[in-house]
Design a protein around this ligand. Structure first.
Ligand SMILES: *Cc1c(COP(=O)(O)O)cnc(C)c1O
Length: 493
């Protein structure tokens, strides 16, 4: 049966391939599946399958207008030797939890899980829909999406990609990874502003009908690699199903036994994928939403009020430095009973006053979620403690999650087995990680720290880091938010 996708802000419905091509609905809403399909293969069967096989069993239920051959081709092209382990997403047991390592792809952050497949889904979707234009991916990044999207789209025929990042809001290694990107079809731009400014600028270009007409004349059309694209979300559901079925296969849980999931959250994409996995029938009890000092989601989950009017903090977990969590709109739509009018009302309050409040009835539907946050000190202390107790070194984002998990346990004493989404390699945030472990590292250079991390963690330095030691800077454009459309025009001319 064909599954259609509907805008959270209106009545537009499209096929999966159209939703992936468009990114955002015409009315500015996000595409959501009209209904969430149920897993149709028993967990015990999935437990015997490889990552790629599990990916097929999950994604086929959402992307129903892709043929089996098309979808398998996309999956095989994505989850191959770009990952440094056959397992694709291994589980590591430490400190009483299972860390689901989602950083074994080309750019060593979890964004690779979806962005290594998105270019294939998108070019397949373009073929299916007879798109003649070249597709121009516009992406705002808080650091990790940018590089993962660049790596995914570089050299892909029929596509170009422009990435905007906050000039002073990403880690040195994140910036170096992006500005050294090769490929004639790539463009990397720093903006004067923070991630929310970059994201708002990109959304404006998507909504600009005149710009779209101008682009169409020149043979281009925009699409998005941000997690507003449903083609990002669906592949993220896979690893929750995979993680659960690995635990089952290894005898760590019994069939049907519930687990909790902890997710370090920014744009709300990753945790929304876990929510979808739960709706599909995966036995997930609590969805634990971990924030850094930009704790807008913690406040929302505890008060029912979403309020972005606050100081934007730059933290050691920059990929979560976000005050407007775009994907929350999909959850709001869902808890509003799939009522797009109600959702539109709240979203327009958000854009007018930066704030909205949900009803009591909607709040009740959030009872599966638990929210908390980690301060900068909490995050550092967690990295140090887990390293000293177990020898396992985690990155700053994962540490936010591990810390919040600790808070959850002291609040609830819940003994449910728990998976923590481990979203980046510690090598991506080496300075913050090493200084958390010992202040003496503060005086060392970035690559010296890489070698020190290698010594203490005994984990091989990933290729992604070795590559940038000597790579030349190929991108140096910096602009104001207002200039973003012009930068795009210049690049396409
Ligand atoms: C993007 C990112 C996050 C936040 O994920 P969302 O899907 O935006 O909530 C967390 N950690 C890392 C390392 C990331 O790159």
């Amino acid at each position: 049966m064909e599954l259609l996708f509907k805008s959270t802000r209106g009545t537009q419905t499209v096929t999966a391939s159209e939703a992936i091509l468009k990114g955002l609905a015409d009315d500015g809403g996000l595409f959501v599946p009209v209904s969430i399909p149920k897993l149709d293969v028993p967990a015990a069967e999935l437990a015997k399958m490889s990552y790629r096989q599990v990916a097929y069993e999950v994604m086929k239920l959402f992307l129903t207008d892709f043929t089996e051959a098309e979808l398998k081709h996309c999956i095989d092209s994505a989850y191959d030797s770009k990952f440094d382990t056959e397992l694709i997403a291994p589980l590591v047991e430490a400190q009483g939890a299972y860390f689901l390592e989602l950083f074994h792809g080309a750019t060593i952050a979890f964004k690779d899980m979806a962005l290594s497949i998105l270019p294939h889904l998108l070019t397949t979707a373009a073929k299916k829909n007879d798109v003649k234009n070249e597709i121009v991916i516009l992406t705002a990044t808080s650091g990790d999406t940018g590089k993962a999207a660049l790596a995914g789209f570089a050299g892909v025929k029929g596509t170009r990609i422009v990435v905007f990042y906050p000039k002073n809001g990403v880690s040195p290694i994140q910036e170096k990874q992006m500005v050294t990107q090769k490929g004639d079809n790539t463009k990397v731009v720093g903006i004067h502003g923070n991630f929310d400014d970059a994201q708002t600028g990109v959304k404006k270009m998507f909504a600009d009908k005149e710009l779209a007409a101008e682009m169409d004349k020149k043979g281009f059309q925009f699409s998005s690699a941000n997690s507003i694209n449903i083609g990002r979300l669906v592949p993220q559901i896979v690893y929750y199903v995979y993680a659960y079925t690995r635990l089952l296969g290894d005898g760590k849980v019994s069939d049907g036994e519930s687990i909790n999931v902890v997710v370090p959250t920014g744009n709300f994409g990753n945790i929304l994928a876990a929510f979808y996995a739960k709706q599909m029938g995966l036995p997930i009890a609590k969805l634990i939403c971990a924030s850094n000092e930009n704790k807008v989601l913690f406040d929302f989950l505890s008060t029912g009020i979403y309020d972005r009017n606050r100081e934007f903090m730059l933290t050691s977990s920059p990929s979560m430095d976000i005050l407007i969590s775009s994907n929350l709109e999909r959850l709001i739509y869902y808890i509003a009973g799939a009522d797009s009018n109600k959702n539109v009302e709240l979203m327009s309050q958000l854009s007018k006053s930066g704030k909205y409040e949900i009803t009591e009835e909607m709040s009740h539907k959030l009872s599966d979620f638990y929210g908390n946050y980690a301060s900068e000190e909490d995050t550092s202390a967690t990295i140090k403690k887990i390293y000293e107790d177990t020898g396992y070194v985690i990155d700053t984002h994962t540490a936010v999650a591990a810390n919040v998990y600790g808070k959850y346990i002291s609040d609830t004493d819940d003994k449910t087995k728990t998976v923590i989404a481990s979203t980046a390699s510690p090598y991506k945030f080496t300075r913050s990680v090493m200084v958390s472990i010992d202040n003496k590292y503060d005086s060392m250079g970035d690559f010296e720290l890489v070698d020190e991390l290698n010594k203490i963690s005994k984990v091989d330095v990933p290729d992604a880091i070795n590559e940038i030691r000597t790579a030349a800077v190929l991108h140096d454009t910096v602009c104001d938010v207002e200039e973003m459309p012009q930068v795009v025009r210049d690049f396409l001319n």
